[in-house]
Design a protein around this ligand. Structure first.
Ligand SMILES: Cc1cc2nc3c(=O)[nH]c(=O)nc-3n(C[C@H](O)[C@H](O)[C@H](O)COP(=O)(O)OP(=O)(O)OC[C@H]3O[C@@H](n4cnc5c(N)ncnc54)[C@H](O)[C@@H]3O)c2cc1C
Length: 565
């Protein structure tokens, strides 16, 4: 083996250190940190303004700086390197059902709750409210996605809890408080609380009608009344939440309940955590299996109307899955473009090499289309008093949840490959993005369930499809490929035989036509052109990096690359 020689100096000058100098580290990028996640994201800025949240600009800039700081990024790593631990009992043998999280998890939760990621559209509704929150969530989730689960559930629970006004009066101000209290104490001692949800049981998650947990009335029956719940739940994420929306059976059918972790008399509610799930991703967030041994809970909404009651919450969590997956894509694009901007191979920077340009531009397109779609739905949520927006949100939520979440895993993997071997190493964020990537697609209604929900919406309320096509058709005339694609898709909806069998194909194309429409109407010209060329027309290629010739890949990449170092 040849001993590497020092590039300068003499053996006499180097003395004993002569042989210790092996090499200089070159051709490695600087860490992607201390950058502003808002200011360095052109697509995000444009979408925020387009969808009506321009007045939040300075707030978003400040949040972008916080999210991109080295200290915040470090919290994400620490929260994942130190898995939550369940302590079922204290040393004296009392049940405590306490999950011990690393302090970094609590710090991230503090940032999220103090920034109103769980509350702002409810406390300050109106133009731009959901869009602003979505933009912040998009940035925060890039730093660490797992802890966003309880943030989302707390946010999403509000519409369902409001269906029982006297319960909402007890809980609302504490749910909406912009602070975070991690203590394992009765909620009566807290001025801010977090909310979880417990639907899935061993025998069924998609089909919650199979729930076997039973609810027994303590006294009077019906909405707002107290019940005791007996049964189990197979997946309960963030089990340290202060209360949960739970589904359980009553003689009138599946009903929805609000179940606090402590009883009003300050004793522990008999809701016992059996164990934590051993998850491949979403590690910083604890998910648990629990048994309910007469846990006290209050009915929300009508008896037997549990699914329609909790579905309001589920619609919001599905929306957040869209934001979260779009955010995962953004972070993957930021990491891949940043790396390739600083890394050379065969004498040229990777970002300047044509084949890598094709891959990077394709990844950037996917992200920008996901973001454009997500923030358009955020605007629809801000305008639910308008019928068109209500119908649009109803259909576009399952379509987008299905499509965007499902496009993320391969995207994360391709971005990892752009970085090469170092992208596989646990000391960078890529493995975390990859492991996180399937989760949004599976929970809150897996892919097929979203497609079936899309069909259900169309069959129950055909106006949803009219509204969807009306919105998409606003780009008519802007691009020939788009016009053809839209016409063919509308035609294919005329025949509803074997609708279920074809559902994925139809939903894929609904998502594509809406993304293309949004990019054509509002996006960057190069991005819109590349999207139509690669997504609405096939040249036979299936992987990322299949953009046809004639696309301005360099412009697309420039738009997406954070300039750091
Ligand atoms: C990390 C994590 C955290 C979670 N946290 C929570 C939580 O906090 N609270 C909670 O209640 N749940 C939680 N879940 C559970 C999650 O919501 C369920 O796993 C999910 O809804 C799917 O249910 P299942 O696992 O029972 O699968 P199943 O319902 O058995 O579905 C299996 C597959 O069959 C498909 N399928 C179902 N019906 C049909 C049909 N009619 N036609 C075609 N295909 C169909 C589904 O799309 C899916 O792909 C969590 C899951 C994960 C992974």
């Amino acid at each position: 083996m040849n001993t590497p020689q020092p590039t300068s100096g003499t053996p006499e000058e180097h003395g004993d250190r002569y042989l210790a100098i092996t090499h200089e580290v070159v051709n490695q990028p600087p860490p992607l940190e201390n950058y502003n996640l808002y200011e360095q994201d052109i697509a995000l800025q444009k979408a925020v303004h387009r969808e009506g949240a321009g007045k939040a600009e300075s707030d978003l800039k400040a949040f972008g700086a916080l999210a991109g700081s080295a200290a915040t990024i470090d919290l994400g790593f620490r929260a994942n390197n130190n898995k939550p631990v369940l302590n079922t009992h204290d040393r004296f043998g009392h049940r405590i059902d306490e999950v011990d999280f690393h302090p970094s998890y609590h710090e991230l939760m503090g940032i999220a709750f103090e920034s109103g990621l769980h509350s702002s559209p409810w406390t300050n509704p109106g133009k731009g409210a959901h869009v602003t929150r979505a933009a912040k969530y998009y940035m925060h989730s890039q730093v660490e996605a797992a802890h966003c689960c309880p943030v989302t559930m707390t946010f999403a629970a509000m519409p369902s809890i409001r269906k029982q006004p006297e319960l909402a009066a007890l809980w609302e101000s504490r749910i909406l408080a912009n602070s975070y209290d991690s203590r394992n104490v009765p909620d009566s001692q807290k001025s801010s609380v977090t909310i979880g949800m417990a639907m899935t049981e061993k025998q069924g998650g998609s089909d919650v009608r199979s729930n076997s947990t039973l609810a027994y009335p303590v006294g009077a029956k019906g909405p707002g009344q107290a019940y005791e719940l007996v049964g189990h739940k197979w997946f309960v994420s963030a089990p340290m939440c202060d209360a949960f929306l739970v589904l359980a059976q009553t003689p009138g059918g599946l009903s929805c309940f609000l179940m606090p972790r402590w009883r009003p008399d300050g004793t522990k509610n008999p809701w016992q955590i059996q164990r934590l799930k051993n998850k491949m991703g979403n590690v910083a967030n604890a998910s648990s299996e629990v048994e309910l041994r007469g846990a006290l809970a209050w009915m929300i909404g009508e008896e037997g109307r549990g699914v329609p009651t909790i579905i309001e919450m589920v619609a919001m969590t599905r929306f957040d899955c869209m934001i979260g997956s779009s955010a995962g894509m953004r972070q993957a694009v930021a990491q891949a473009t940043h790396h390739c901007r600083h890394r050379s191979a065969f004498g040229n920077r990777l970002i300047d090499q044509p084949l890598m340009q094709n891959v990077l531009a394709d990844l950037a397109l996917e992200n920008e289309a996901a973001l454009a779609y997500t923030l358009r739905i955020a605007r629809a949520l801000d305008s639910q008093d308008q019928e068109h927006e209500r119908l649009l949100a109803r259909l576009a939520t399952p379509v987008g949840k299905y499509w965007i979440c499902k496009r993320t895993p391969n995207h994360a993997y391709e971005a990892m490959e752009c970085i090469g071997g170092s992208g596989v190493m646990e000391d960078c964020i890529m493995p975390r993005l990859f492991r996180e990537s399937p989760v949004n697609a599976i929970w809150e209604g897996s892919g097929n369930v979203q497609c079936l929900d899309t069909l259900r919406a169309i069959q129950k309320e055909p106006e949803t499809l009219d509204a969807f096509f009306l919105e998409a058709a606003k780009a008519k005339g802007a691009d020939r490929r788009f016009d053809q694609f839209l016409a063919q898709l509308q035609n294919d909806f005329a025949d509803i035989s074997d609708f279920q069998y074809r559902a994925r194909n139809l939903v894929d194309r609904l998502a594509l036509v809406m993304q293309a429409s949004l990019l054509l109407r509002n996006g960057d010209k190069s991005v819109a052109d590349a999207f139509c060329a690669s997504r609405l027309q096939s040249n036979g290629g299936m992987n990322y990096g299949n953009l046809p010739s004639g696309i301005d890949a360099a412009a697309i990449i420039k738009r997406a690359t954070p300039v750091v170092g």
